[in-house]
Design a protein around this ligand. Structure first.
Ligand SMILES: *[C@@H]1O[C@H](CO)[C@@H](O)[C@H](O)[C@H]1NC(C)=O
Ligand SMILES: *[C@@H]1O[C@H](CO)[C@@H](O)[C@H](O)[C@H]1NC(C)=O
Ligand SMILES: *[C@@H]1O[C@H](CO)[C@@H](O)[C@H](O)[C@H]1NC(C)=O
Ligand SMILES: [Zn+2]
Length: 433
């Protein structure tokens, strides 16, 4: 197969199809060979404390949004270890008699089984665009251009700025165009690169909006009365990187010269109690808050965009994975928000609506109590900016597949999540403000 002269974004696919043809796999350059994901269940504070040191020493990658708090609380933690570290870690766990379970025994194999890496996919025309697969960044961006072109009555598209590596930060604006000003909803997906179900949901949402506008009264009402800003991939550089080099990349891709580490946690970089709780000052950590608030161009661009429209935007929704939770503020403190009753009711109804589809349960509540204390999150920032309804979803699942949620789960996950999003939006339109 001749791979020369292709556009650079096709290179990966090209490389992959080549390796498939030769029968030898090079997905992510085989970097996950022998890596394991281990679920660790410490019994007490002493074990928890010792494990914390062990994780640092072995430089393991902590999975699951709750892993950081779980270390503190001493509950279940999923860790991803290289094949070398896993040997040391397993020996330690056995000797210390700490309970554990191997969730993935060879991560490279698990990745190769993912259909996202089969060659020759996603080459179909836009009229048969497949919403039940994960799409690389370039495909999502061409899809956005296509939607902008073909649904001019309901969709417009623009960029709110540029990423660290210079990519445009595209946003779709959905809604019947009116002369009179309308209130708005902001939706972003993919703040964290490896959470691929997020961008898949954002695309699903846009598809449902245009496909059901004429037959679903609720959708019609939403798009007639509101503008809905949808940013399918917030962290474009990180998302791209997660397709090409590191499937489990979380942060942005800005470079820290002093430590030779890359990236800032784009959900710890917002100007709200910045880096006081549940964030790290160390540039090599996965929850690094950055050198200063809004240091990341992606965060700064979106913050400026929302700030300019703070009177218009009334609902802020951010999509993450995984844990099956619907969270609302605060993240940075245990105190209840002023409009707690309203928001709690909306969240409770939304998870009930979600569960009505396939019986999948979501926990809901303030992020600080349900998940962990963390400052500098987009949700808290949006709330403190004056947006009364701010939520963060942690989509499926609860750790069986984790970040490697199979593509066969995209449809059910998005279908049930649509019910929750519509429920929250309708609740807002009808009652609390
Ligand atoms: C893993 O261990 C082997 C043997 O102990 C060593 O040769 C190799 O360099 C190690 N690899 C890494 C990535 O640390
Ligand atoms: C979206 O479409 C409009 C009208 O066709 C065009 O003016 C605009 O430049 C498009 N947006 C982008 C980002 O390409
Ligand atoms: C929202 O969900 C609740 C609980 O399932 C339900 O009673 C209510 O009718 C839903 N509202 C809308 C507008 O979908
Ligand atoms: Zn996330």
């Amino acid at each position: 197969m001749d791979c020369a002269g292709r556009a650079s974004h096709l290179l990966l696919l090209c490389l992959l199809s080549h390796t498939w043809l030769t029968g030898q796999s090079l997905v992510y350059n085989n970097r996950y060979e022998g890596d394991k994901v281990i679920r660790i269940v410490p019994k007490n504070d002493k074990e928890t404390h010792e494990l914390k040191n062990m994780y640092r020493q072995l430089q393991v990658d902590l999975w699951q949004p709750s892993s950081i708090s779980n270390i503190l609380k001493g509950t279940v933690t999923d860790v991803h270890t290289s094949s070398n570290s896993s040997r040391a870690l397993l020996t330690y766990l056995r000797e210390a008699n700490i309970q554990y379970r191997i969730l993935v025994s060879n991560l490279q194999k698990a990745l190769e089984e993912q259909s996202a890496f089969r060659p020759g996919r996603n080459r179909r025309s836009f009229s048969r665009y497949d919403y039940e697969v994960y799409h690389p960044l370039e495909e999502i961006q061409s899809w956005m251009h296509h939607m902008n072109k073909t649904h001019a009555d309901l969709i417009s598209m623009f960029s709110v700025g540029k990423s660290y590596e210079g990519r445009p930060l595209f946003v779709l604006k959905l809604g019947k165009k009116t002369k009179a000003p309308k209130k708005a909803v902001w939706i972003d997906c993919g703040i964290h690169a490896r959470e691929w179900i997020g961008p898949a949901f954002c695309q699903w949402f846009v598809k449902e909006a245009v496909n059901t506008y004429n037959r679903d009264p609720a959708m019609k009402r939403m798009l007639n009365h509101l503008y809905i800003y949808v940013m399918p991939v917030f962290n474009v550089d990180g998302y791209k990187f997660s397709w090409t080099y590191d499937r489990f990349w979380r942060k942005t891709r800005s470079k820290n010269a002093r430590f030779n580490c890359y990236g800032v946690d784009a959900n710890r970089n917002w100007k709200v109690r910045w880096c006081l709780e549940g964030a790290s000052f160390h540039p090599c950590d996965d929850n690094y808050c950055g050198p200063f608030p809004e240091s990341e161009p992606e965060v700064k661009a979106v913050a400026q965009f929302i700030l300019k429209r703070r009177k218009q935007i009334k609902v802020y929704l951010s999509f993450h994975a995984y844990a099956q939770m619907l969270l609302y503020p605060y993240s940075y403190q245990y105190e209840a928000i002023p409009n707690y009753n309203c928001v709690e009711t909306a969240a409770r109804n939304a998870v009930l609506a979600l569960r009505s589809a396939y019986g999948v349960s979501y926990r809901h509540g303030p992020a600080s109590t349900i998940l962990y204390l963390s400052s500098g999150s987009s949700m808290d920032w949006a709330y403190n900016t004056g947006i009364p309804y701010t939520f963060a979803f942690e989509l499926r699942d609860t750790g069986y597949y984790g970040f490697l949620l199979p593509e066969s789960h995209i449809k059910p996950t998005c279908t049930e999540t649509m019910l929750a999003v519509k429920n929250i939006t309708m609740h807002f339109l009808r009652r609390c403000r």
